[in-house]
Each structure stands twice: as structure tokens, then as C-alpha cells.
Design a binder for this molecule. Structure first.
Ligand SMILES: *[C@@H]1O[C@H](CO)[C@@H](O)[C@H](O)[C@H]1NC(C)=O
Ligand SMILES: CC(=O)N[C@H]1CO[C@H](CO)[C@@H](O)[C@@H]1O
Length: 738
């Protein structure tokens, strides 16, 4: 390495095809302006009996769609791709790497099985990184003895697993994922590795059996309980919502008895934390847990870097810590970078991604676009933060990274003392009259605490980086039923909308603090929910008017038809190409389109309603929908990509009603066209309405199947069928007489 020449630790490349894309975007914008002009000028001429109000509504919807489309351009204008140089990092910094604290959060042992949690923990413990600088904290908001037991087992298993995975450089380093991967990729050829593999697999299976048994019984085995004093904390445990802080350092580099693996190497520090819970104190969900961990970890290891992963997101690449450090430690640009976000990739998604949960265009396009304007959003998992910026520090031009001041002031503290001191940091009343949750740490009071926290960090002058390697760094689990998907999106869109209306609105608060492009980018997500209105309008009114024989679009022979056709063909082609660019399939694109429609007409609608109710002081959601854990036959259907409707819910009723409404309209138009010969002529004047209705019928095909054709448990519940048939017919009839 030339010592005089500055060789950066990472490089940034701009995406190709910018000019082509921008020309296309501008041409589409012109077409949108034509549409607006057409609507505006024709509304004045339209008589009331020809649907003046409907025209006004169409104008409103198209204004919204156009405006929203303009916002999304910010995320496509300048794509940026990052590449770290890990070798340069080790050449320069191998001896001076900073401490890294890893936070894994779990909340409910029933939804998040302990085996899954410890596989995530083991995968991050096995990072290729100096172990004495690595600390892993598990926050257990369930306060579950079984989870603690599983972690205790994992701490013992780690003594075998870490040496094994490092000696043979196995990937991925989540044991479950590794064992699964050798089933498909073949066993190792090295006889020594094969022998050790057999031994370690046996250990793993035994551990798994013990943990699964304990999970089933809901009880920790007696021998384990006697052996480890830690279980005594549960003697004073009252309930999940009412207990003392339980904090235990299971492994610590300074622990003379229990810090080494079977090869005699130091293990990473491993800490179990269940923060204090009392009914009279609000716990602030994951943000509260993260803030407790921030304090506890500052006392125990005080790593300068914090990685935060969800308990279902194991590390699929043991180099990720080093990758992210290339960005944070770069001598020239690293100072201003507050966090490095990796994409959330779902391992469980089926080939054609039936529920559109991969959100491919977000992870493969939009976040690269946000990176071009100052950095991606923080999305709560797979993200490396600087502790300083996460704890509320402002960026100034004088700020310089300082990795040297390793904090070792607790060298002398005995483990037990360290535990006792740290415990007070996780108590309920610690945050009273402090800035925690406001200025320090993750922000409270928002269902998407991660996004709002990331935004406020960026508003303090920091940048962030999006790193999306082709070999994915974190793999998680996607929702596997339609109701789960819809509920998840309701929460996200509601939270994002709340950010827009909050003090930290990207539109107002962000003004002048982050770039305009990033402000627009944030608004794309913050305005997810309001999309419901225009989409609902577009999927109801044109079909109803089609049935009545009243045109709402220009006819085919009119020159005004051209901008409509251009926008429809252009956007469809573009979104299809973008999807292929993200490695999607055609069927996947079609599925995503369907979910896009379903989210907009149900999740977003309820998100809007709930937000409005909250604004008027009706606090909690009236539409809470519980989702059950997926049954066995359900997971078979999932693999076959058959849509799972399952439990009855208002969201499903709305979707079914809309689908039926369009079906009835289309059928009656088809009937008219066949009976009266004037069908073709009507087609010419109302071609766009016919196409729109036809599209809505086609895309709802799985829903009709679920209503009428399927017999399995995943079909639409009878109650939903009845309600939606009654509803759609009554809309149809009342509209006919209106
Ligand atoms: C996960 O890592 C393995 C290597 O261990 C790699 O083959 C695989 O492609 C990765 N998965 C994804 C989704 O990138
Ligand atoms: C939680 C969950 O749904 N896991 C499933 C992921 O997908 C595999 C097969 O693709 C299933 O075996 C798991 O049960």
C-alpha cells in the first residue's frame, strides 16, 4: 500500500442508466401534466348527470397519484452502490479494531422460539472478529426462564461451535442454518472436518432436544436449575409484566472460570437482560428495550459500535462487522457516517413471493436512491450504529472518530458487582426525568421507533450508508399468511404516517437539515397510508360508472387518450423491468402488484382510520386483529404458493367486497355487450374503464378461488364471504337507483 496515497476503505459507485431513466421520468411527468390538464378542462364541461362529481373525484385521485409518483422519483434519481475493502481495513487497523456490542431483542417465547433466538445469538457470536472486542446482549422482554435456559445452553455450546466454525471457516454461522445448508450443498470433504461435524451435530441435537423439551413442558429441567444460581431470579418473578431486572453475565472475558472455549481462546461476552417491568410503568416496546441495553452495555463493555438485530435475523456472513467498519472507519468520509444499514432479506419467502414481503424494489432500488441523497432509513435490524450518534450526539465539522480510548475502567470490578451495578440501569424508574427516549437513544411513542430515530440522527447532521452485498448479510423470516402481511403493513404505514404528523416530520422538521431528495424519500414511506383513498376511489368508481354506461376517461379515438396510454404502458413496463432488475420473476411481479393493491385498500385504510381516531383522542385501535401461529397444513399451502386467508377480519371483508364488486360490474357489462350488439361501440368509448375493471378481476383471481372454489382451512371464512356478498350487492343496487 502506498503510504502517501490515500486509499479509501470503501468506494461509492453511481448506478448506470441515469440519463435513460431521467429522460423516461421526465416524459412520464409531461404525460401526467397532460392528464391533469385534461381532467381540469373537462370537468367544467361535464354535466352533473354525466357524473361531474365522479370526474372531480377522478381528478383528485390523479392529482394524488401524480404527486406521489413525483415523490418516488427522489428514490430513483441517483442510485448509489457501495463497496468496502476489508483487506485494507485489516492492514491498517487489525490491532486497533473498536469494540462491538451486539443487541439481539426478543419479546415473546411463543412467537419467537428460543431455538431460533439462540441460533441468531450464536451466529453473531461467531463473527470473524477479535472475540475480546465482541459482546452480545440478549434483551428478553418476555422475561422467560426458558429463553434464559436456552441462552445458558447456547453459552456452553458456543465453546464448541466457535472453534469449529472458525477452524473450518464454515458459513453461515448459525448452526441451524449451517446444518441445513450442508444438506443441500453437500458434506465437507475434509475427513477431519467430517468427524468434528458429526460430534458437533450431536451436541447440537442434544441441546436442541433439551430446549425443545423445556419449551414443551414450559419448565426448566431440575438439574439445570440446581446447577446455575441464575434461575433463582425467577423465584421473585411475578409475571411478564411485573418483575425485577434480571441481568446475568453468562460469559465475560475477565471471568477466570468461564471465559474460554475448548481451544482456550477467549469467548465473546454474553449477557442476558430482562429489564424491570412494572404495571405502572410503560415499557415502550422495543425502543425501551434497546435503550436499556444501551445503558447496560455502556457499563459492561462500552463498545463504540452497536449492531442491532432482530432475534429472527441470523447473520449469514461472518465478515459483516468488518464490512461495516470499512464505512465507519474510513479516514476521510467515515467521521460523518452514523450508521450502516443492511437490507432485511427474508429467507422464508417463496420463489414468487406470494405476499410481496421481500419488498424487492425497496431493498434493491429505493434504498440505493436514498443513499444517493444522504443515506437510507434505519429499519430496526441489521444496522451498525456508532454509539455516540445513537445516544444523541450532534455532528459537527470538528467531530473526529476516536477508536483508541478503549474503555477499560471496569477491569477491577468483580463480575457480581458489575452485574449489580448494571442492573439499576435497566430499572423502570431510571428514565424518569431524563432525556432517554427523547434526545438520547431510540425515540419513544412511535410504532416505527427505528425510522424516527434514524431520521433524527440524520437531522443532527449525520449521514448513513446502505450496504447491500450480493451475498446477503442477515436473513430473517417473512410473514406467511395474508392477514399477517396486512397487519404488519398496517403497523408500518400507521407508524410512518405518525412520523409525518409528529414533531419530527421529515417534511417540516427535516427542512434544511436533510437534503430535499431525502425529505421526499421519507415522505414516500410516510405517505403510504394516505394512498388508500385514491386507490379505493380508482378501484370502485370507474367500475360502477362502467356498469351505468357513463365514461370517465377519454375514448380511444381522442388525442387525450395518448397520455393515459403512455402513463399506463410506461409505468407498467418500467415496474416490470425494475422488478426483473431486482431478480424477481414475472409471477412475482404480478403477486407484488396484488399485494400492493391489497395493502392500499385494507392495511393503509385502517392505518389512516386509526391515525385519525388517535388525533381526536380515541386512543387505542378498535381494529386489532389477532393472527394465529401458522398450522401445519398452512405451511404446506405456503410452499405451494396458495394464498392463506385464514381468520375472519374486517380487512379481508373489504378486500372481498371490492373484488366482488368488480366481478359483478364486469359480468354485467359482459352480459350487456353480448346481448346488445352495441357492445363494441361501448368498448371504444369506455376502453380504459373496461381495462381497469378487467385488471381488477384478473388480479383478484386467488381471492375468488378462496371465496368459491377452495375447501381447505386457508380459504376465506364463510362469515367473510356472506358479509362481502351482501355488502357488494347492496352497493351495486343502491348505486343503480341513485
Ligand atoms: C448466505 O450465505 C451463503 C454462504 O454461506 C450463500 O451461499 C448464500 O447465497 C447466502 N444467502 C443469501 C440469500 O445471500
Ligand atoms: C416460521 C416459518 O414459517 N418457517 C418456515 C419457513 O419456511 C420453511 C420451508 O421453506 C418452513 O419449513 C418453516 O416452517
Amino acid at each position: 500500500m502506498g503510504s502517501l496515497e490515500y486509499s479509501p476503505l470503501f468506494e461509492t459507485k453511481r448506478g448506470r442508466g441515469r440519463i435513460i431513466y431521467r429522460s423516461f421520468a421526465i416524459s412520464l411527468f409531461v404525460a401526467i401534466c397532460f392528464i391533469w390538464f385534461y381532467r381540469f378542462s373537462h370537468i367544467l364541461d361535464t354535466k352533473f348527470e354525466d357524473g361531474k362529481w365522479a370526474w372531480l373525484g377522478m381528478f383528485g385521485a390523479e392529482l394524488w397519484f401524480g404527486f406521489y409518483w413525483i415523490l418516488t422519483q427522489a428514490l430513483r434519481w441517483t442510485l448509489v452502490f457501495r463497496q468496502p475493502f476489508v483487506n485494507r481495513l485489516s492492514q491498517r487497523y487489525e490491532k486497533r479494531l473498536p469494540g462491538v456490542d451486539i443487541f439481539v431483542c426478543t419479546a415473546d417465547p411463543d412467537i419467537e422460539p428460543p431455538m431460533m433466538v439462540i441460533n441468531t445469538v450464536l451466529s453473531v457470536m461467531a463473527y470473524d472478529y477479535p472475540t475480546e472486542k465482541l459482546s452480545v446482549y440478549l434483551s428478553d422482554d418476555g422475561g422467560s426462564e426458558i429463553t434464559f435456559y436456552a441462552l445458558l445452553e447456547a453459552s456452553n455450546f458456543a465453546k464448541h461451535w466457535l472453534p469449529f466454525s472458525k477452524r473450518f471457516k464454515v458459513e453461515p454461522r448459525s448452526p441451524a442454518a449451517y446444518f441445513k445448508s450442508i444438506l443441500s450443498s453437500g458434506y465437507p470433504t475434509d475427513p477431519l472436518q467430517l468427524k468434528e461435524l458429526a460430534a458437533i451435530k450431536k451436541l447440537y441435537d442434544e441441546m436442541e432436544k433439551r430446549i425443545e423439551d423445556a419449551t414443551k413442558l414450559g419448565e426448566v429441567p431440575k438439574e439445570a436449575r440446581l446447577k446455575h444460581k441464575g434461575f433463582s431470579y425467577w423465584d421473585s418473578y411475578f409475571s411478564r409484566r411485573d418483575h425485577d431486572t434480571i441481568l446475568q453475565i453468562l460469559l465475560h472475558k475477565k471471568d477466570p472460570h468461564n471465559s474460554k472455549d475448548i481451544d482456550g481462546c477467549v469467548l465473546p461476552t454474553l449477557v442476558y437482560v430482562a429489564r424491570e417491568k412494572r404495571p405502572q410503568y410503560f415499557h415502550n416496546f422495543k425502543a425501551g428495550a434497546m435503550n436499556s441495553l444501551l445503558r447496560v452495555s455502556s457499563h459492561i463493555s462500552n463498545g463504540k459500535i452497536i449492531l442491532n438485530v432482530d432475534c429472527d435475523m441470523y447473520s449469514n456472513n461472518s465478515q459483516s462487522v468488518r464490512d461495516s467498519l470499512c464505512f465507519l472507519m474510513d479516514e476521510e468520509k467515515g467521521h460523518e457516517i452514523a450508521f450502516v444499514q443492511f437490507p432485511q432479506i427474508f429467507e422464508n419467502a417463496t420463489k414468487n413471493d406470494l405476499y410481496g414481503c421481500c419488498l424487492l424494489s425497496i431493498s434493491e432500488v429505493e434504498f440505493h436512491g436514498a443513499d444517493g441523497f444522504g443515506g437510507p432509513l434505519y429499519i430496526g435490524s441489521g444496522c451498525f450504529h456508532k454509539r455516540e450518534s445513537l445516544c444523541g450526539m450532534k455532528f459537527t465539522d470538528q467531530y473526529r472518530n476516536d477508536w483508541n480510548s478503549e474503555d477499560d475502567q471496569f477491569k477491577e470490578a468483580f463480575l457480581h458487582e458489575l452485574e449489580e451495578q448494571s442492573k439499576t440501569l435497566a430499572s423502570c424508574n431510571y428514565e424518569e426525568n431524563t432525556s432517554w427516549g427523547k434526545e438520547i437513544g431510540l425515540k419513544y411513542g412511535c410504532p416505527v421507533e427505528d425510522v424516527i430515530t434514524g431520521l433524527s440522527i440524520q437531522c443532527k447532521g449525520w449521514k448513513s450508508v446502505y450496504y447491500n452485498p450480493s451475498r446477503k448479510a442477515f436473513l430473517g423470516l417473512a410473514p406467511t399468511t395474508l392477514p399477517q402481511t396486512l397487519v404488519q403493513h398496517k403497523r408500518w404505514s400507521e407508524g410512518d404516517l405518525q412520523i409525518l404528523l409528529s414533531k419530527y416530520s421529515p417534511a417540516w422538521y427535516g427542512f434544511g437539515k436533510i437534503s430535499l431528495g431525502l425529505q421526499m424519500g421519507y415522505c414516500v414511506y410516510c405517505l403510504w397510508a394516505p394512498n388508500c383513498l385514491a386507490t379505493l376511489y380508482y378501484s370502485i368508481i370507474p367500475s360502477l360508472y362502467l356498469r351505468k354506461g357513463i365514461p370517465l376517461f377519454p375514448k380511444m379515438s381522442s388525442p387525450w387518450f395518448i397520455p393515459f396510454a403512455y402513463v399506463i404502458v410506461g409505468e407498467t413496463t418500467y415496474s416490470l423491468l425494475e422488478f426483473f432488475f431486482c431478480w424477481g420473476t414475472f409471477q412475482g411481479w404480478w403477486n407484488e402488484l396484488r399485494i400492493w393493491l391489497y395493502k392500499r385498500t385494507s392495511s393503509y385504510l385502517f392505518a389512516c382510520i386509526d391515525t385519525i381516531l388517535k388525533l381526536f383522542g380515541f386512543s387505542d385501535s378498535t381494529f386489532i386483529i389477532t393472527t394465529k401461529v401458522t398450522a401445519e397444513d398452512a405451511s404446506k399451502r405456503y410452499e405451494k404458493e396458495i394464498m392463506e386467508f385464514g381468520v375472519s377480519s374486517p380487512m379481508l371483508t373489504i378486500l372481498a367486497t371490492l373484488a366482488l364488486l368488480n366481478l359483478f360490474c364486469s359480468l354485467s357489462v359482459l352480459k350487456d355487450a353480448v346481448i346488445w350488439k352495441g357492445g363494441l361501440e361501448a368498448f371504444e368509448t369506455m376502453v380504459l374503464q373496461v381495462l381497469l375493471s378487467g385488471f381488477l378481476v384478473l388480479i383478484n383471481f386467488p381471492l375468488y378461488q378462496g371465496l368459491f372454489l377452495r375447501k381447505d382451512n386457508g380459504r376465506l371464512p364463510i362469515s367473510v364471504s356472506i358479509k362481502s356478498i351482501v355488502l357488494s350487492l347492496s352497493v351495486l343496487i343502491s348505486f343503480s337507483f341513485a
